[in-house]
Design a protein around this ligand. Structure first.
Ligand SMILES: NC(=O)c1ccc[n+]([C@@H]2O[C@H](COP(=O)([O-])OP(=O)(O)OC[C@H]3O[C@@H](n4cnc5c(N)ncnc54)[C@H](OP(=O)(O)O)[C@@H]3O)[C@@H](O)[C@H]2O)c1
Length: 290
């Protein structure tokens, strides 16, 4: 039996759809069933259920954005650090393999030569560096707790998007924000992310950390140009002059724009579409949520 934690969320819903499409039986566990921050309760629950594998898609992202985490620190810490910490300890004790959804937001920028951060690089946007948002700090802390775990995947997701218009989709955000900041990022096609992470387990690739992003990087202006070419939005896109203006007007805490290297994942034989192709595909198949 597969257990999905956080199945009601944006990412969790994509796991539910994937499991259903493939006929993979799973149980969705949420906080009304179980207090996932209570180690004894979680341990008792999983001892009885004996899951083969657990996917942890629970977490706190802040709505409408990560600025909210500065106001809801306890919620953020519980969901992003304590909850995966409890799962880590319980799964280690009970020898249950599992996968945790982490984030690329624990990095900022790129390597000095412009290449993407690999799984070997230390997070450079964390409480350790004392330069991060509270959200990023809690995600990096969870990775620190899980460092050295033997039966666990840490899958780093970065700015999810797909072809379904909606408030959580990066492409919808680019279309709808009043003003944009032009930055270079690695991003993750959500359904490819879900498929790739599941294949990690299905193919039994070695446990550890994986950057699960589409190969390459893309700037906001490149995305806007693709939207413009398709005449998807009838407006003039506005850009902030620079990050300083963005921070003065639109944000409370710095954002973790970054380039990530996904060659470790690709070397396992699990494919991800090239980033520009993935964005083109999503825009060419654009649809309203059903
Ligand atoms: N979306 C992104 O842009 C993004 C990017 C990179 C990484 N991630 C990571 O992906 C994961 C999922 O994000 P998401 O966008 O799907 O978030 P979401 O839509 O806000 O969903 C969060 C899920 O976590 C559950 N949850 C939150 N706090 C909980 C708690 N204390 N106990 C039990 N369940 C709790 C929620 O359950 P309820 O329904 O009960 O509230 C919900 O199912 C997070 O770890 C996030 O950091 C997301």
């Amino acid at each position: 039996m597969i257990v999905l934690v956080g199945g009601s969320g944006y990412v969790g819903t994509a796991y539910q759809a994937y499991f259903n499409s493939r006929g993979i039986p799973f149980v969705s566990v949420n906080r009304s069933t179980l207090n996932l921050c209570d180690k004894e309760a979680v341990s008792k629950f999983f001892k009885e259920l004996k899951p083969q594998f657990i996917v942890n898609a629970a977490g706190y992202t802040g709505k409408p954005n990560v600025d909210m985490a500065e106001k809801e620190k306890t919620r953020c810490l519980l969901a992003n650090t304590i909850l995966p910490g409890v799962l880590f300890e319980v799964c280690t004790d009970l020898k249950i393999p599992w996968g945790h959804i982490s984030s690329g937001c624990i990095f900022s920028g790129s390597r000095p030569d412009g290449s993407g951060f690999t799984e070997e690089d230390e997070p450079n946007f964390s409480f350790r560096q004392n330069n991060c948002s509270f959200y990023s700090g809690t995600k990096a802390l969870a990775e620190e707790i899980m460092d050295g775990g033997t039966d666990c995947y840490t899958w780093r997701l970065r700015i999810p998007f797909n072809e379904v218009d909606g408030p959580r989709n990066y492409l919808s955000k680019v279309m709808n924000y009043a003003k944009l900041i032009d930055v270079r990022n690695s991003i993750s096609q959500l359904d490819e992310f879900v498929r790739a992470t599941w294949l990690c387990w299905e193919k039994r690739v070695p446990f550890g950390v994986y950057n699960v992003v589409n190969p390459g990087s893309i700037t906001t202006r490149e995305v806007v140009e693709k939207i413009r070419q398709r005449r998807m939005v009838n407006k003039e896109f506005q850009f902030f002059k620079d990050e300083t203006e963005f921070m003065q007007i639109a944000a409370k805490v710095p954002r973790a724009n970054c380039v990530m290297d996904c060659s470790k994942l690709l070397k396992t034989g699990i494919p991800m579409m090239e980033i520009h192709e993935a964005v083109d595909w999503a825009l060419d198949h654009w649809k309203k949520a059903s």
